[in-house]
Design a protein around this ligand. Structure first.
Ligand code: NPQ
Ligand code: MG
Length: 435
């Protein structure tokens, strides 16, 4: 009896295993891209990219300062989720001692805004996490590599923008201690002396206003125009821009405002030769992005959906898009931005550097990040004057008539942070020092 049971169970298990294998093969066939189409199938897992190697540069943190800034924008900026006329952010300033170089400073930017419109993080949540859990523990600690900093803050779940601000400051301090330009800390390509940039244009009150705004940016030399869209406002503005400006490099960004039920509206954009459609669907819906991409000729670009290197890997495996927008704040800092870059490069997925209306501090870090070789499309690192009458750095970030920004070659940010301007826009300030 006992013996028979076992035999029956074994037969059942064999049949189940066979059925499972058949189902797996069918699923694989169902999701595999058609012959000749791009992108890996869902079961071709790209391996996790390794953490980049870094030279040991022992920096002992002697002081930390945190600034909460509010800066007026030159013009209101409207997206599918709202309209802002001022920008908030946190600036992190580290002071650190190096055995040979002495005391150096380093600046980073927490790109969260006042409201949780783009992501759940806000200046308030970042202030909370940094002041309660991360910054008080820093004075007296020594980090020889960015990886050691990562290990120290890993216990804090989430809050990528808060962590990224500190990591940027550490990279700036390292570059000053080593006496090398910031792009070298990011692992950039020395041949990239200038980076091509584009501009992001908010939703405008009228089509005439849109045409006038885009014309002004094209005259300034920007290499790519991105307009914000929302359901019901997509085909009309794109058609108007194509009629007026012909085949300019053009793309749209929906900031997650559509659902798969709107696929028809998005398919209508296929006729206009857009470079890409950025983040059409919900940030957590990689599956529907994969389904949508299969219905579109235009590449889907992911922004909000790529929150970390793990998610980037899932998106590549699923075919959720053909392009990735990398924002170092959104993905937790420069190191993971680089790992996502490395992953995408390996799989032939082009990337570009996104923008969060950064002050000059974040902007300088974005310029450095963009020197990595996989950044083959113009990013959103516009000139300072796109957003601010007065930036906190000197000189301001300037876009040349050829639509490029120079990559600074001196150690550190390559721009001077002006203390009086930081102070002028600061709402709150806190500092910590080694005892
Ligand atoms: C994007 N940025 O690519 C974001 C979204 C965005 C340049 O288009 C305050 C702070 C307002 C951050 C508006 C660009 C913002 C913001 C939009 C980020 O989706
Ligand atoms: Mg975007």
């Amino acid at each position: 009896m006992e013996q028979r049971d076992r035999v029956e169970r074994d037969e059942w298990q064999e049949a189940a295993a066979e059925a499972g294998a058949a189902a797996t093969a069918a699923q694989r066939d169902a999701v595999a891209p058609a012959a000749g189409s791009e992108g890996p199938g869902v079961l071709d897992f790209p391996p996790m990219p390794a953490e980049p190697e870094a030279e040991a540069v022992p920096l002992t943190i002697t002081g930390v300062q945190l600034f909460w800034l509010r800066m007026p924008l030159v013009a209101p900026f409207e997206t599918s989720y709202g309209r802002v006329d001022r920008r908030e952010c946190l600036l992190v300033r580290l002071e650190a001692r190096h055995p040979e170089a002495g005391v150096v400073e380093g600046w980073g930017e927490v790109v969260a805004d006042a409201d949780p419109g783009y992501s759940y993080e806000t200046t308030g949540t970042a202030w909370h996490v940094l002041t309660e859990f991360i910054l008080p523990a820093l004075p007296g600690r020594t980090f020889a590599t960015p990886g050691q900093w990562r290990a120290a803050c890993e216990w804090v779940r989430g809050h990528p923008m808060a962590k990224a601000g500190v990591e940027m400051a550490l990279l700036d301090a390292r570059s000053r201690a080593r006496g090398v330009p910031l792009w070298q800390e990011y692992g950039g390509d020395p041949a990239r002396r200038r980076i091509p940039v584009g501009v992001s244009v908010g939703i405008q009150p009228s089509l005439d206003a849109l045409l006038a705004t885009v014309e002004r940016f094209l005259e300034q030399g920007y290499r790519r125009i991105k307009i914000k869209i929302k359901p019901g406002y997509e085909v009309e503005p794109v058609r108007a821009l194509r009629q007026r400006f012909g085949s300019i490099p053009l793309m749209v960004d929906a900031n997650a405002a559509y659902t798969l039920a709107d696929a028809g509206r998005l398919r209508a954009l296929d006729d206009y030769g857009l470079m890409m459609i950025e983040q059409p669907l919900h940030e957590d819906d990689l599956l529907d992005h994969a389904a949508l991409q299969r219905q579109l000729a235009t590449p889907v670009c992911l922004d909000e959906s790529v929150k970390h290197v793990h998610g980037a890997r899932e998106a590549l495996a699923l075919g959720s898009g053909r392009i990735i927008n990398i924002k170092q704040g959104r993905v937790g800092g420069p190191i993971d931005a680089r790992r996502i870059h490395d992953l995408c490069r390996r799989y032939g997925i082009p990337v570009w550097c996104g923008g969060m209306l950064e002050t000059g501090v974040g902007r300088a870090h974005n310029i450095a990040l963009t020197t990595l070789p996989g950044f083959t499309l113009p990013g959103d690192t516009s000139g300072s004057d796109r957003y601010y009458h007065e930036d906190v750095i000197d000189p301001a970030v300037r876009v040349g008539p050829d639509g490029t920004v120079e990559v600074p070659q001196e150690p550190g940010l390559g721009y001077r942070v002006v203390p009086e301007r930081v102070e002028k826009y600061t709402l709150r300030h806190r500092s910590w020092h080694a005892s």
